[in-house]
Ligand binder design. Structure first.
Ligand SMILES: Nc1ncnc2c1ncn2[C@@H]1O[C@H](COP(=O)(O)OS(=O)(=O)O)[C@@H](OP(=O)(O)O)[C@H]1O
Length: 357
Protein backbone atom coordinates (compact mmCIF):
# COMPACT_ATOMS: atom_id res chain seq x y z
CA UNK A 1 0.00 0.00 0.00
CA UNK A 2 2.75 2.44 1.05
CA UNK A 3 4.81 1.45 -1.99
CA UNK A 4 1.97 2.06 -4.49
CA UNK A 5 1.29 5.45 -2.90
CA UNK A 6 4.91 6.44 -3.50
CA UNK A 7 4.87 5.24 -7.10
CA UNK A 8 1.60 7.13 -7.83
CA UNK A 9 3.12 10.29 -6.37
CA UNK A 10 6.23 9.74 -8.46
CA UNK A 11 4.22 9.29 -11.72
CA UNK A 12 2.13 12.37 -10.97
CA UNK A 13 5.26 14.43 -10.37
CA UNK A 14 6.70 13.16 -13.63
CA UNK A 15 3.56 14.12 -15.54
CA UNK A 16 3.53 17.60 -13.96
CA UNK A 17 7.13 18.20 -15.01
CA UNK A 18 6.29 17.08 -18.56
CA UNK A 19 3.31 19.40 -18.89
CA UNK A 20 5.32 22.30 -17.43
CA UNK A 21 7.95 21.66 -20.07
CA UNK A 22 5.42 21.66 -22.90
CA UNK A 23 3.83 24.90 -21.61
CA UNK A 24 7.30 26.42 -21.48
CA UNK A 25 8.09 25.43 -25.08
CA UNK A 26 4.69 26.68 -26.30
CA UNK A 27 5.36 30.03 -24.63
CA UNK A 28 8.83 30.22 -26.20
CA UNK A 29 7.33 29.51 -29.64
CA UNK A 30 4.57 32.06 -29.12
CA UNK A 31 6.99 34.78 -28.01
CA UNK A 32 9.37 34.08 -30.89
CA UNK A 33 6.49 34.41 -33.35
CA UNK A 34 5.28 37.65 -31.76
CA UNK A 35 8.77 39.14 -31.75
CA UNK A 36 9.19 38.10 -35.36
CA UNK A 37 5.96 39.82 -36.37
CA UNK A 38 6.58 42.92 -34.32
CA UNK A 39 9.89 43.33 -36.10
CA UNK A 40 7.86 43.71 -39.27
CA UNK A 41 8.79 40.42 -40.87
CA UNK A 42 5.23 39.36 -41.51
CA UNK A 43 3.74 42.71 -42.46
CA UNK A 44 3.96 42.51 -46.22
CA UNK A 45 2.02 39.41 -47.02
CA UNK A 46 0.87 39.15 -50.59
CA UNK A 47 -2.43 40.99 -50.76
CA UNK A 48 -5.27 39.48 -52.63
CA UNK A 49 -5.41 40.98 -56.09
CA UNK A 50 -8.11 43.66 -56.43
CA UNK A 51 -8.49 43.83 -52.66
CA UNK A 52 -10.84 46.64 -51.74
CA UNK A 53 -11.43 48.06 -48.31
CA UNK A 54 -14.65 50.01 -48.53
CA UNK A 55 -14.19 53.55 -47.24
CA UNK A 56 -17.19 55.81 -47.31
CA UNK A 57 -16.94 59.38 -48.48
CA UNK A 58 -13.79 58.85 -50.50
CA UNK A 59 -14.47 60.54 -53.77
CA UNK A 60 -11.06 59.79 -55.17
CA UNK A 61 -11.13 56.09 -55.66
CA UNK A 62 -13.66 54.22 -53.73
CA UNK A 63 -12.51 51.59 -51.35
CA UNK A 64 -8.88 51.91 -52.25
CA UNK A 65 -7.23 54.00 -49.63
CA UNK A 66 -5.09 53.26 -46.65
CA UNK A 67 -7.06 55.05 -43.94
CA UNK A 68 -6.04 53.83 -40.53
CA UNK A 69 -3.52 51.31 -41.78
CA UNK A 70 -0.88 52.81 -39.49
CA UNK A 71 -3.04 52.13 -36.47
CA UNK A 72 -3.32 48.38 -36.96
CA UNK A 73 -0.73 46.17 -35.32
CA UNK A 74 1.37 44.02 -37.65
CA UNK A 75 -0.11 40.87 -36.13
CA UNK A 76 -3.70 42.00 -36.64
CA UNK A 77 -2.85 43.04 -40.18
CA UNK A 78 -1.45 39.56 -40.80
CA UNK A 79 -4.63 37.95 -39.49
CA UNK A 80 -6.84 40.32 -41.48
CA UNK A 81 -4.91 39.80 -44.67
CA UNK A 82 -4.89 36.03 -44.26
CA UNK A 83 -8.60 35.89 -43.58
CA UNK A 84 -9.25 37.90 -46.75
CA UNK A 85 -6.98 35.98 -49.00
CA UNK A 86 -8.17 32.72 -50.43
CA UNK A 87 -4.94 32.30 -52.36
CA UNK A 88 -2.39 32.64 -49.61
CA UNK A 89 -1.50 29.45 -47.81
CA UNK A 90 0.08 30.11 -44.41
CA UNK A 91 3.12 28.02 -45.35
CA UNK A 92 3.96 30.45 -48.15
CA UNK A 93 4.12 33.49 -45.90
CA UNK A 94 7.71 33.39 -44.76
CA UNK A 95 8.99 32.49 -48.21
CA UNK A 96 7.18 35.37 -49.91
CA UNK A 97 7.78 38.15 -47.43
CA UNK A 98 10.96 37.91 -45.45
CA UNK A 99 13.28 39.07 -48.18
CA UNK A 100 14.14 42.50 -49.41
CA UNK A 101 13.39 45.86 -47.91
CA UNK A 102 10.73 48.55 -48.06
CA UNK A 103 11.70 51.33 -50.42
CA UNK A 104 10.08 54.53 -51.58
CA UNK A 105 8.27 54.02 -54.87
CA UNK A 106 10.45 54.62 -57.91
CA UNK A 107 7.33 55.02 -60.03
CA UNK A 108 3.88 56.37 -59.18
CA UNK A 109 0.63 56.34 -61.12
CA UNK A 110 -0.40 59.91 -60.27
CA UNK A 111 -3.63 60.14 -62.26
CA UNK A 112 -6.13 60.62 -63.50
CA UNK A 113 -9.18 59.67 -61.51
CA UNK A 114 -11.40 57.37 -63.63
CA UNK A 115 -8.69 57.15 -66.28
CA UNK A 116 -8.09 53.41 -65.91
CA UNK A 117 -5.48 53.61 -63.14
CA UNK A 118 -6.63 50.45 -61.34
CA UNK A 119 -6.48 48.42 -64.55
CA UNK A 120 -2.96 49.66 -65.23
CA UNK A 121 -1.71 48.87 -61.72
CA UNK A 122 -3.23 45.37 -61.73
CA UNK A 123 -1.76 44.66 -65.17
CA UNK A 124 1.65 45.83 -63.91
CA UNK A 125 1.44 43.65 -60.81
CA UNK A 126 1.60 40.61 -63.05
CA UNK A 127 5.21 41.55 -63.77
CA UNK A 128 7.61 39.71 -61.43
CA UNK A 129 9.77 42.83 -61.10
CA UNK A 130 6.95 45.08 -59.98
CA UNK A 131 5.70 45.16 -56.42
CA UNK A 132 2.91 47.55 -55.68
CA UNK A 133 0.68 48.68 -52.85
CA UNK A 134 -2.86 47.48 -53.48
CA UNK A 135 -4.72 50.33 -51.78
CA UNK A 136 -4.26 54.02 -52.51
CA UNK A 137 -1.90 55.55 -49.90
CA UNK A 138 -3.01 59.20 -50.55
CA UNK A 139 0.24 60.26 -48.92
CA UNK A 140 1.12 63.30 -51.03
CA UNK A 141 -2.37 64.78 -50.90
CA UNK A 142 -4.05 63.77 -47.61
CA UNK A 143 -1.57 62.18 -45.22
CA UNK A 144 1.63 64.11 -45.84
CA UNK A 145 1.85 65.11 -42.18
CA UNK A 146 2.34 61.43 -41.27
CA UNK A 147 5.85 61.67 -42.66
CA UNK A 148 7.95 59.85 -45.23
CA UNK A 149 8.73 56.93 -42.92
CA UNK A 150 5.01 56.21 -42.55
CA UNK A 151 4.73 56.26 -46.32
CA UNK A 152 7.67 53.88 -46.73
CA UNK A 153 6.23 51.50 -44.16
CA UNK A 154 3.22 50.99 -46.43
CA UNK A 155 5.37 49.71 -49.26
CA UNK A 156 5.88 46.03 -50.00
CA UNK A 157 9.36 44.58 -49.64
CA UNK A 158 11.38 44.49 -52.82
CA UNK A 159 14.55 42.77 -53.91
CA UNK A 160 17.36 44.25 -55.99
CA UNK A 161 16.03 45.04 -59.46
CA UNK A 162 12.38 45.13 -58.45
CA UNK A 163 10.34 48.31 -58.71
CA UNK A 164 8.12 49.62 -55.92
CA UNK A 165 4.92 51.29 -57.11
CA UNK A 166 1.72 52.86 -55.88
CA UNK A 167 -1.24 54.63 -57.45
CA UNK A 168 -3.22 57.56 -56.14
CA UNK A 169 -5.06 59.33 -58.98
CA UNK A 170 -5.78 62.49 -56.99
CA UNK A 171 -2.07 63.41 -56.89
CA UNK A 172 -2.35 64.76 -60.44
CA UNK A 173 -4.75 67.54 -59.45
CA UNK A 174 -3.30 68.34 -56.01
CA UNK A 175 -1.33 71.60 -56.01
CA UNK A 176 1.20 70.49 -53.38
CA UNK A 177 1.89 67.01 -54.79
CA UNK A 178 4.60 67.85 -57.39
CA UNK A 179 6.83 69.63 -54.88
CA UNK A 180 6.28 66.89 -52.28
CA UNK A 181 7.06 64.04 -54.68
CA UNK A 182 10.09 65.98 -55.90
CA UNK A 183 11.40 66.36 -52.37
CA UNK A 184 11.08 62.58 -51.88
CA UNK A 185 13.00 61.91 -55.10
CA UNK A 186 13.36 63.94 -58.25
CA UNK A 187 14.08 60.69 -60.09
CA UNK A 188 10.52 59.41 -59.51
CA UNK A 189 8.87 58.19 -62.69
CA UNK A 190 5.37 59.54 -63.12
CA UNK A 191 2.63 57.75 -65.01
CA UNK A 192 -0.59 59.50 -65.98
CA UNK A 193 -3.46 57.51 -67.47
CA UNK A 194 -5.58 59.98 -69.41
CA UNK A 195 -9.02 59.45 -70.90
CA UNK A 196 -11.32 61.64 -72.99
CA UNK A 197 -12.23 64.32 -70.41
CA UNK A 198 -15.93 64.19 -71.38
CA UNK A 199 -16.20 60.43 -70.80
CA UNK A 200 -14.05 60.80 -67.72
CA UNK A 201 -16.43 63.43 -66.28
CA UNK A 202 -19.41 61.15 -66.91
CA UNK A 203 -17.56 58.23 -65.32
CA UNK A 204 -16.79 60.42 -62.30
CA UNK A 205 -20.44 61.50 -62.08
CA UNK A 206 -21.57 57.85 -62.37
CA UNK A 207 -19.40 56.95 -59.39
CA UNK A 208 -20.86 59.77 -57.25
CA UNK A 209 -24.37 58.86 -58.39
CA UNK A 210 -23.85 55.27 -57.26
CA UNK A 211 -23.28 56.59 -53.74
CA UNK A 212 -25.86 59.40 -53.79
CA UNK A 213 -28.82 58.37 -55.97
CA UNK A 214 -30.57 61.72 -55.35
CA UNK A 215 -27.76 63.64 -57.04
CA UNK A 216 -28.96 66.31 -59.55
CA UNK A 217 -28.60 65.44 -63.24
CA UNK A 218 -25.21 65.61 -64.94
CA UNK A 219 -26.24 68.66 -66.98
CA UNK A 220 -27.50 70.51 -63.89
CA UNK A 221 -24.05 70.12 -62.35
CA UNK A 222 -22.03 70.69 -65.50
CA UNK A 223 -23.49 74.07 -66.42
CA UNK A 224 -23.30 77.23 -64.41
CA UNK A 225 -25.93 78.68 -66.67
CA UNK A 226 -27.97 76.35 -68.89
CA UNK A 227 -29.17 79.19 -71.15
CA UNK A 228 -25.72 80.53 -71.96
CA UNK A 229 -24.12 77.09 -71.74
CA UNK A 230 -21.46 78.36 -69.37
CA UNK A 231 -19.55 75.38 -67.95
CA UNK A 232 -19.09 75.12 -64.19
CA UNK A 233 -15.35 74.63 -63.85
CA UNK A 234 -15.64 74.58 -60.07
CA UNK A 235 -17.26 71.12 -60.31
CA UNK A 236 -14.43 68.66 -59.77
CA UNK A 237 -15.79 66.28 -62.45
CA UNK A 238 -15.17 69.06 -64.98
CA UNK A 239 -12.00 70.53 -63.46
CA UNK A 240 -10.06 67.26 -63.36
CA UNK A 241 -10.33 66.97 -67.16
CA UNK A 242 -8.40 70.19 -67.83
CA UNK A 243 -5.24 68.10 -68.07
CA UNK A 244 -3.02 70.87 -69.51
CA UNK A 245 -3.57 73.03 -66.45
CA UNK A 246 -2.65 70.28 -63.97
CA UNK A 247 0.34 69.18 -66.04
CA UNK A 248 1.70 72.75 -66.03
CA UNK A 249 1.90 72.52 -62.25
CA UNK A 250 3.90 69.26 -62.42
CA UNK A 251 6.24 70.57 -65.11
CA UNK A 252 7.47 73.20 -62.69
CA UNK A 253 9.20 70.38 -60.77
CA UNK A 254 9.73 67.53 -63.22
CA UNK A 255 10.97 67.46 -66.83
CA UNK A 256 8.68 65.90 -69.44
CA UNK A 257 11.03 62.92 -69.73
CA UNK A 258 9.97 61.78 -66.23
CA UNK A 259 6.37 61.32 -67.43
CA UNK A 260 4.58 58.61 -69.33
CA UNK A 261 1.11 59.36 -70.59
CA UNK A 262 -0.98 56.25 -71.04
CA UNK A 263 -4.15 56.35 -73.09
CA UNK A 264 -7.10 55.10 -71.05
CA UNK A 265 -8.86 54.25 -74.33
CA UNK A 266 -5.97 52.19 -75.70
CA UNK A 267 -5.59 50.45 -72.37
CA UNK A 268 -9.03 48.98 -73.09
CA UNK A 269 -8.70 48.35 -76.84
CA UNK A 270 -5.01 47.32 -76.84
CA UNK A 271 -3.87 46.53 -73.30
CA UNK A 272 -0.77 44.66 -74.45
CA UNK A 273 0.35 47.59 -76.63
CA UNK A 274 0.01 50.11 -73.81
CA UNK A 275 1.68 47.70 -71.39
CA UNK A 276 4.63 47.43 -73.78
CA UNK A 277 5.15 51.21 -73.59
CA UNK A 278 4.77 51.21 -69.81
CA UNK A 279 7.30 48.40 -69.32
CA UNK A 280 9.79 50.17 -71.61
CA UNK A 281 9.36 53.40 -69.67
CA UNK A 282 9.98 51.58 -66.39
CA UNK A 283 13.05 49.87 -67.83
CA UNK A 284 11.46 46.46 -67.43
CA UNK A 285 11.61 43.45 -69.68
CA UNK A 286 8.42 43.14 -71.74
CA UNK A 287 6.96 40.29 -69.71
CA UNK A 288 3.30 41.35 -69.75
CA UNK A 289 2.14 40.71 -73.30
CA UNK A 290 -1.03 39.84 -75.23
CA UNK A 291 -0.75 36.32 -73.78
CA UNK A 292 -1.84 37.73 -70.43
CA UNK A 293 -5.15 39.20 -71.59
CA UNK A 294 -8.47 38.02 -72.86
CA UNK A 295 -11.49 40.08 -73.72
CA UNK A 296 -14.43 39.29 -71.46
CA UNK A 297 -17.60 39.81 -73.52
CA UNK A 298 -19.88 40.04 -70.49
CA UNK A 299 -17.72 42.66 -68.79
CA UNK A 300 -16.89 44.41 -72.03
CA UNK A 301 -13.29 44.90 -70.94
CA UNK A 302 -9.97 43.10 -71.14
CA UNK A 303 -9.31 40.88 -68.14
CA UNK A 304 -6.23 39.06 -66.88
CA UNK A 305 -5.79 35.37 -67.56
CA UNK A 306 -3.61 34.98 -64.48
CA UNK A 307 -3.57 37.94 -62.09
CA UNK A 308 -0.85 38.25 -59.44
CA UNK A 309 -1.34 35.71 -56.68
CA UNK A 310 -3.96 33.72 -58.55
CA UNK A 311 -4.09 31.07 -61.21
CA UNK A 312 -7.66 31.87 -62.24
CA UNK A 313 -8.66 34.52 -64.78
CA UNK A 314 -10.00 37.69 -63.21
CA UNK A 315 -11.65 40.93 -64.29
CA UNK A 316 -11.71 44.14 -62.28
CA UNK A 317 -14.56 44.58 -59.79
CA UNK A 318 -18.07 45.85 -60.39
CA UNK A 319 -17.13 49.49 -59.75
CA UNK A 320 -14.85 49.40 -62.80
CA UNK A 321 -16.65 49.46 -66.10
CA UNK A 322 -20.04 50.65 -64.88
CA UNK A 323 -22.73 51.56 -67.41
CA UNK A 324 -22.99 55.35 -67.76
CA UNK A 325 -26.25 57.31 -67.77
CA UNK A 326 -27.31 58.65 -71.14
CA UNK A 327 -26.35 62.33 -71.51
CA UNK A 328 -28.18 64.53 -74.08
CA UNK A 329 -26.11 65.02 -77.23
CA UNK A 330 -26.21 68.85 -77.02
CA UNK A 331 -24.62 68.63 -73.56
CA UNK A 332 -21.89 66.40 -74.92
CA UNK A 333 -21.27 68.76 -77.86
CA UNK A 334 -20.98 71.76 -75.54
CA UNK A 335 -18.56 69.91 -73.31
CA UNK A 336 -16.45 68.82 -76.28
CA UNK A 337 -16.24 72.46 -77.41
CA UNK A 338 -15.20 73.44 -73.91
CA UNK A 339 -12.41 70.87 -73.64
CA UNK A 340 -11.07 71.19 -77.23
CA UNK A 341 -8.54 74.01 -76.63
CA UNK A 342 -7.31 72.40 -73.41
CA UNK A 343 -6.95 69.04 -75.15
CA UNK A 344 -4.95 70.60 -78.01
CA UNK A 345 -2.70 72.32 -75.48
CA UNK A 346 -2.24 68.99 -73.72
CA UNK A 347 -1.33 67.24 -77.00
CA UNK A 348 1.21 69.98 -77.67
CA UNK A 349 2.72 69.76 -74.20
CA UNK A 350 3.04 65.97 -74.25
CA UNK A 351 3.79 65.58 -77.97
CA UNK A 352 1.03 62.97 -78.15
CA UNK A 353 -2.33 63.05 -79.90
CA UNK A 354 -4.90 61.10 -77.90
CA UNK A 355 -7.56 61.47 -80.58
CA UNK A 356 -10.34 62.92 -78.46
CA UNK A 357 -12.77 64.82 -80.67
N1 LIG B 1 -9.70 46.22 -67.97
C1 LIG B 1 -10.56 47.09 -67.44
N2 LIG B 1 -11.59 46.64 -66.67
C2 LIG B 1 -12.45 47.53 -66.13
N3 LIG B 1 -12.37 48.87 -66.27
C3 LIG B 1 -11.36 49.34 -67.02
C4 LIG B 1 -10.42 48.49 -67.62
N4 LIG B 1 -9.55 49.25 -68.30
C5 LIG B 1 -9.92 50.52 -68.13
N5 LIG B 1 -11.01 50.57 -67.36
C6 LIG B 1 -11.68 51.83 -67.00
O1 LIG B 1 -11.22 52.21 -65.72
C7 LIG B 1 -12.17 53.15 -65.25
C8 LIG B 1 -11.93 53.38 -63.78
O2 LIG B 1 -10.76 54.12 -63.70
P1 LIG B 1 -9.83 54.12 -62.42
O3 LIG B 1 -9.43 52.73 -62.08
O4 LIG B 1 -8.72 55.07 -62.68
O5 LIG B 1 -10.83 54.68 -61.34
S1 LIG B 1 -10.46 55.30 -59.91
O6 LIG B 1 -10.05 56.69 -60.12
O7 LIG B 1 -9.41 54.47 -59.31
O8 LIG B 1 -11.73 55.21 -59.16
C9 LIG B 1 -13.50 52.52 -65.59
O9 LIG B 1 -14.43 53.55 -65.74
P2 LIG B 1 -16.00 53.28 -65.87
O10 LIG B 1 -16.18 52.56 -67.18
O11 LIG B 1 -16.63 54.61 -65.90
O12 LIG B 1 -16.41 52.46 -64.69
C10 LIG B 1 -13.21 51.76 -66.89
O13 LIG B 1 -13.74 52.37 -68.03
Amino acid sequence: MGCSKWSAAFNFGHLKAQSKLSVFFTMVLLFTYLLYCLNGYCDSLPRPVYEHQPVSGNDGAEGEQFLGAHNASPVSLVRKQLSHSPNVHPSNISIANNFGSKKFPQAIIIGVKKGGTRALLEFLRVHPDVRAVGAEPHFFDRFYDRGLEWYRSLMPRTLEGQITMEKTPSYFITKESPQRVHSMSRQTKLIVVVRDPVTRAISDYTQTLSKSPRLPSFQRLAFRNTTTGLIDTSWSAIRIGIYAKHLENWLRYFPLSRFLFVSGEWLVTDPAGEMGRVQDFLGLKRVVTDKHFYFNQTKGFPCLKKPEGSSRPRCLGKSKGRPHPLIPSEVLLRLRDFYRPFNLKFYQMTGQDFGWI
